[in-house]
Design a protein around this ligand. Sequence first.
Ligand SMILES: C[S@@+](CC[C@H](N)C(=O)[O-])C[C@H]1O[C@@H](n2cnc3c(N)ncnc32)[C@H](O)[C@@H]1O
Length: 349
Amino acid sequence: MRTVHSGRGSVFVLCELSATDPNFPRYPRLPVHICSGYTRTQTQNPHTPHHSIDASFILREARYWDHVHPDPRTPQLWHDPQLFELFFGAEYRWLVERAVLCGPDVLELGCGEGTLALELTRRGCTVTGIDLSPDRIRRATLKAQTEGLGQRVTFQTADLNTVVLEPNRYSCILAHDSLHHVLNLDHLLNQVRIALGRDGRLLVMDYSGMGRVRKLAAAFLYAILPTYKPYRDKWMLRGRLARFLATESEKREAIERGETATLHSESPFEEISQSSLPRLLHEMFDVTRFSTMLPFWFYLAPKLRFPQRLKYRMAELFRSMDDAMSHLGIRGAWFTVEARNLTRASTAA
Ligand SMILES: C[S@@+](CC[C@H](N)C(=O)[O-])C[C@H]1O[C@@H](n2cnc3c(N)ncnc32)[C@H](O)[C@@H]1O
């Protein structure tokens, strides 16, 4: 029996085959479910499948998503369809088209109010959507019923940190802008591997973070340039700078200690996973497409206040500046991934 300790405290049991197969050293240091020859001889380690999370944090997170609504003084790209199209449109459409092709049995992780799940249902897929927020799930279900789609789409409340998925159930599992809220990514991605059929695909479009230097630059520009939030209100935010700059590991440590100083005041799992997300996807799956985008200016684009006639022109300029940074090789803060389960051949390659 061999075990591997992940950096975040999980312990994985490795395959029996790993003890005898000479190819073993070339396998990734990961759990075993995809390894042909795997025999379950040991029950799961008490540390897996998930780190224990204070239930009050999860409750707070669910309440936040139940009630959060757009704040006109802190606009986001996804609140303005024209800005969303400019910054995310092409990649979002790629996600939808690939999901339709990879369907028909689709699971959406962190489906929110069901926008994407319902679009896929209209396009012929049979969809299950999971989300932490009971209110969002209620609203999504109501929309499905109103549109007469209730037969082919199901919405369920569940926590992705602990969810258990049915083996070989889906031909496509996708997540849009939700995985960076999940602490127990190892557990979730392991469940995804189990739930994906043999030829199934995982599709992800998510946030992997800007890093501290870029965040500091963003905070500085946000503070000095005219924004929809008045200067006086921005000055009141100065106490939150440390939270804004906190790294993924600082946030994770805070959750483990039950402290809140470096966490978002209402959404404790905001950005709890960032850079680890693409890394883990590469470790645990055979990634067939990976691209990053929008290194910096996307963050300021919706928040800076320009005369209305200039608003979208400036946004176009910001988009070009982000593209230029990407061409210079600067890693984007957002990424898209298409992946499938590792096969024995791909692990030995
Ligand atoms: C930024 S929203 C994106 C929603 C949707 N995917 C979309 O694009 O409109 C993030 C979603 O993740 C959900 N979420 C956050 N933490 C979660 C968890 N631990 N388990 C399940 N869903 C979670 C939230 O409730 C929220 O609906």
